[in-house]
Design a protein around this ligand. Sequence first.
Ligand SMILES: [Zn+2]
Length: 273
Amino acid sequence: MKEKINCKIVQDLLPNYIEKLTNDETNEFIEKHLQECSECKRMLDNMLKKLNVENSKEEKRKIKYIKKFNMKLKILKNILLIIIVLFIVIIGRKAFILTDLSNKAQENQNNENYYIKLESYSEGQIRITEAYYKQQKSLVKINSYSKNIGEINQVLYKSGEEKISLIDNGKTKELKKMGEISVRPIAFTSEFFLENLYTAFTTSIDKVRLNGRDCYLIKDGNTEKFIDINTGLAIKMIDNENNRTVDYKYEYGIVKDIDIERPDTTGYTAVVE
Ligand SMILES: [Zn+2]
């Protein structure tokens, strides 16, 4: 009978014994009983066996989870890498296009004889600019008309050190000295790679046809700029924010001396600013 009572006590203690929660005295009691009682010993063996199976199942689950996690991480890393590479390729391609256009434009900008015509239209305003350039001398005629101001004719003349501006607004005729007069074919691209890289980041660049010519359309939020692929020069600009359109035309080698003659300044009053 005593044995049976001991069996009950030992069997109650076994789970704690396995978990090593029992104290030394209790352990001694349990171990002594186990040596004598085959039933309790078998029970302990079964419990240990079951525990081992559960532990190994848990272990397998953990390994499977880690493997799965590592796989996901690897896929994520690869996706990120692909995105970075694509980004670099796309931006690099655009920066390359802009640099190429800039190189072509510079060749044309360095020409010693050219004529440029700009036609700008915006709401209630028309502005036509014709620029003649021949061997450092330049003459620019600007004719503008707006609903509010009316017609204004301006002539900019540069020869050597003389840089003057003549303005005729229909009522007064004024002559002013100018700081600098620059008339170069318009490129929209930069001689500096970093500037082109910035443009590549902030704009979209697509190959399109305009007026029968191959060109690149450089588009940011509000403006659309069309650049001739062959010359690298601006063909058209659309400013959607200000409803303004500008068309550009260029001709080379046609400017004669008569086109860049000093304009007649009689009747103009010199104005000092
Ligand atoms: Zn027993």
